[in-house]
Design a protein around this ligand. Structure first.
Ligand code: ZN
Length: 424
């Protein structure tokens, strides 16, 4: 888009973290790990020296702090979304971060990763590319296996447990002081392993290793969360009532989740389970409820009926890492053809963003973004990010995210090229 805004320079190659910043980072990370009593279990990584690829599951910012301690005395070059850079581009570049716009194909990024390898660094990558919505594994890009082969360095995984429970994406207002939390750091592939494997075989292992469920972990480890507002915001992810089927009428307040349409109510226990106040609980495990919603969206997609209808939206843009710019307001439709946003800018010009189904395998959303705005869908081109805020209450950005994934899978199934389960 030629709108006259200065663009973030994606071409600048990454550098290794400046030596003087390392102690400052570690000093900043340590208190958090101490407060959470974080245990890091290591397997096969003793004596491992960079370069290597570090893959992490992604639930909260705390993931990066744990990872920074786990890789000590080295510090990884993390791939970070542009909104993480707002107002602090200099700092992030100096600690070696690499900027990417979410869910875009980016050849330049691969080139930057090769530079990290050449600099004998660690590539810190969160392949789920967003925080998990309900503490379970998000879809992984099919290109990951190929990337491992191409980089030709050992592949290490760091899988954290308890970070979603502590700071769930659907309510990030405050942490729940979960203690202890755990992380497993494990060598998945040596260079020799990679040489003997196909990209598909690598993906199969990655998929298996990436499985996690923070609510299961909480229950199994009897990790108590007694926060009196622990169910607040849960309606963001559990937007459909399993009792009456109605969407967008759930309400999480205090320790309870309620459907304001049929009146059914659940208590969220201190161990993260749901219990109906009356009658059948239907889903006690939050991820099961979420997967039921996904199955309903899939049915709409397969029937060809999925559509949000026309929603009124306001759009803010992030052409560079300095600040958001109010772009304008207009309409958005998400349906069987993907996303179409059409707005009239403050300058009177009409802007349009069209993201068709095969161009997005998943979609980044935000709840109560920066606590100033509402829920939004974040749509990206290689040059721009549109934070699109639907108005009113008859929509769910969670449903749009699920639909994006289901539409993508459906598209490839219909082409006779189905994606393996869990990959896109
Ligand atoms: Zn209901």
């Amino acid at each position: 888009m030629n709108d006259g805004f200065e663009r973030f320079d994606m071409r600048k190659p990454p550098i290794n973290c400046r030596a003087f910043l390392k102690p400052i980072i570690w000093a900043g990370c340590f208190p958090g790990l101490l407060a959470h009593g974080t245990k890091i279990h290591k397997e096969g990584v003793e004596g491992l020296k960079p370069p290597y690829l570090l893959l992490g599951n992604h639930n909260a910012f705390f993931d990066m702090k744990v990872s920074a301690m786990a890789t000590f005395p080295y510090f990884a070059n993390y791939i970070v979304a542009i909104d993480g850079f707002i107002g602090r581009e200099g700092l992030l570049r100096n600690i070696g971060c690499i900027c990417k716009r979410k869910f875009t194909n980016d050849i330049l990024l691969v080139k930057h990763l090769k530079t990290v390898v050449k600099n004998k660094g660690i590539i810190g990558l969160y392949p789920e590319a967003r925080y998990s919505l309900c503490g379970t594994t998000a879809v992984l890009p099919e290109s990951l296996g190929q990337l491992c082969k191409y980089l030709n360095v050992p592949v290490v995984m760091i899988k954290c447990h308890g970070h979603h429970i502590n700071h769930p994406f659907w309510n990030t207002r405050r942490e729940r002081k979960v203690k202890p939390t755990e992380a497993e750091m494990k060598l998945l592939f040596t260079v020799k392993d990679l040489e003997g494997m196909s990209a598909e075989e690598i993906n199969t292992v990655l998929l298996k290793e990436f499985q996690y469920d923070d609510f299961c972990w909480q229950l199994e480890n009897k990790v108590k969360v007694d926060d009196p507002d622990r169910a607040h915001g849960l309606e963001k992810v559990l937007y459909q009532c399993p009792a009456c089927g109605r969407e967008y009428r759930m309400e999480g307040r205090g320790t309870r989740l309620k459907c304001t349409s049929c009146g059914k109510e659940w208590e969220m226990t201190e161990y993260g389970q749901l219990e109906a106040l009356e009658g059948d609980t239907i889903f006690s495990h939050i991820p099961d409820w979420y997967e039921w919603e996904r199955a309903n969206v899939r049915k709409e997609v397969e029937a060809g009926t999925y559509s949000t209808g026309e929603l009124q939206v306001t759009v803010e843009s992030l052409p560079n890492a300095k600040k958001f710019i109010k772009l304008g307001s207009g309409t958005m439709v998400h349906d069987m053809n993907g996303f179409r946003v059409r707005i009239t800018g403050e300058d009177g010009k009409v802007y349009e963003m069209v993201k068709d189904v095969p161009s997005m395998y998943s979609c980044h959303i935000e709840y109560e973004y920066l606590f100033k705005h509402g829920d939004c869908v974040d749509l990206n081109t290689l040059e721009d990010t549109w934070y699109t805020y639907p108005q009113g209450s008859d929509f769910s950005v969670t449903k749009m995210a699920l639909a994006t994934e289901e539409l993508y899978q459906d598209y490839f199934r219909k082409k006779g090229k189905p994606k393996p389960e869990g990959l896109a």
